[in-house]
Design a protein around this ligand. Structure first.
Ligand SMILES: C[S@@+](CC[C@H](N)C(=O)[O-])C[C@H]1O[C@@H](n2cnc3c(N)ncnc32)[C@H](O)[C@@H]1O
Length: 464
């Protein structure tokens, strides 16, 4: 029997109401799997395998939806390494990706470059010269890896010098496409040659770094930089021909910036499909996970917190963007006012927030409340913008996870479906993946085990 009160003794009325409203749209979809909605499906994919961007979805997922709907123009407003724009553009479809993390956007651009412009022999020649340069005795004193606090002591000394040499070499390469790919190759091996490992929410430190003396992590053998880089360059050269076949049908546009700013500038009805996976409301901090890569790209200490604050709110560090959005849109902007109203009227969000505010002293981190407020307010803006940008008859396909804090389930799928239906869409399907995620072990002890839905949604833009 469905519980009538929440694990904290609060009301579930609003959440049950949403469940009732969308009950006939929620269904399992056996064609979808954890593999297709995650990076796992890209492990062997040419280009996409260069960077372990674990937050990505697979090319087969994109392929499936693009083949089914045959859109003329596709947008991914949270494009990561560009899986959706690359696959769509490869089929001759006009494709745009917006991504705030340059790490992801540069991978997408690099793959597009390899598929559309790059001359394989030029890259091969430059790659051999670079590797030979790394073997030479010369030192590169003019450059030092631009560490920030969380990357200090990340590399063995010899690696640090080899990285410096590579940087000096790459900066002197004339051919733009070759330079971009060599730069990308270096960026994508930084984790492998470091004392760190991307691990869920954290960057874990190997005890050999001397940085965290309590660490017991041993990564195993850490490859010298030249070896790791050589391996990546070999893989890139190997992939070029296949990339030209697969993604050579057109060049996607990758814009580096925030969708919270850029969607506003996108003309009305300019896309007939949005295929996307926004950050989940799960505290995951991209700037921490990709710290080495951001530092390589020249992000200084101040840039890190600026970037974190500009991203869609999904961490406890994110501060409210309400005033910032008013500045971007203008005080009386109709779309922004509508998005704010959608958020204010959303009963299930406020039911959860009300309970968490009452229990704030029991929360692992009190700013979880601010995270949920920010996430749904900002997603209301994104969904309202999609309602304006997607042509009548067009579709939005979105991958997202529900979340639970302090035992309170936050049905992201149903809340966003409500925003979508207030923005000119019909929520047609909320496809659940075969198995959702469980609780954290601590939460399980307290609140028992229930599954959290992991879903793919389909919203169709009405003709009205
Ligand atoms: C779940 S990942 C999407 C991965 C992508 N589907 C792929 O295959 O690589 C969400 C992405 O949204 C990006 N992001 C977060 N806030 C953003 C914003 N305000 N504007 C644009 N992108 C943002 C993150 O950097 C992250 O790459």
């Amino acid at each position: 029997m469905e519980a009538t009160i929440s694990p904290n003794g609060g009301s579930v009325r609003e959440r049950r109401g949403l469940e009732e409203r969308f009950r006939d749209r929620v269904s399992p979809n056996s064609a979808l799997s954890r593999k297709t909605v995650s990076y796992q499906g890209n492990r062997a994919a040419p280009g996409l395998r260069w960077m372990k961007y674990k937050e990505g979805f697979s090319r087969s997922l994109v392929d499936e939806f693009v083949s089914e709907f045959r859109p003329a123009a596709v947008l991914d407003p949270f494009s990561g390494i560009g899986t959706a724009p690359l696959v769509a553009a490869g089929k001759g479809i006009e494709a745009t990706g917006i991504e705030i993390m340059p790490v992801g956007a540069l991978v997408g651009r690099g793959i597009a470059e390899a598929a559309n412009g790059l001359r394989r022999d030029t890259l091969e020649g430059a790659a051999s010269e670079l590797l030979a340069d790394l073997e030479s005795d010369a030192d590169a004193h003019e450059y030092a890896f631009p560490h920030v606090r969380i990357t200090e002591a990340a590399f063995p000394d010899e690696t640090e010098s080899a990285i410096a040499k590579a940087r000096m070499f790459i900066d002197a390469v004339d051919d733009h496409a070759t330079r971009a790919l060599l730069d990308l190759a270096c960026m994508t091996v930084l984790e492998d040659v470091s004392f760190t490992r991307k691990d869920g929410q954290y960057l874990r430190w190997d005890y050999r770094s001397g940085r965290n003396l309590r660490s017991r992590v041993h990564k195993g053998r850490i490859a010298p930089f030249a070896e790791a880089l050589g391996g990546r360059l070999y893989q890139m050269l190997h992939d070029v021909d296949e990339l030209k076949r697969e993604y050579g049908g057109g060049r996607p546009e990758f814009i580096i910036g925030s969708s919270l700013e850029l969607l506003r500038e996108t003309p009305e009805a300019s896309f007939d499909m949005a295929l996307t996976s926004p950050p989940y409301a799960n505290r995951y901090d991209y700037t921490r996970t990709y710290a080495l890569e951001l530092a390589w790209l020249g992000y200084g200490q101040g840039d890190f917190s600026k970037l974190r604050q500009s991203m869609l709110s999904a961490t406890v560090e994110n501060k409210p963007k309400t005033d910032w959005l008013r500045d971007v849109y203008g005080e009386d902007d109709a779309l922004l006012s509508k998005a704010f109203r959608m958020y204010e009227d959303q009963g299930a969000v406020h039911e959860v927030l009300g309970i968490l505010r009452q229990r704030v002293n029991e929360l692992g981190n009190r700013h979880v409340v601010r995270l949920i407020e920010g996430y749904f307010l900002e997603m209301a803006v994104v969904v309202a913008e999609l309602g304006r940008i997607i042509r009548p008859g067009g579709v939005v396909i979105m991958v997202n996870d529900n979340v639970r804090y302090h035992g309170e389930e936050t049905p992201t799928d149903l809340i966003l479906a409500d925003f979508a239906e207030r923005s000119g869409f019909v929520c047609e399907n909320i496809w659940t993946l075969p198995r959702g995620k469980g609780n954290s072990s601590q939460q399980m002890r307290r609140f028992g085990r229930r599954e959290i839905r992991k879903c793919v949604y389909k919203w169709t833009r009405t003709n009205g």
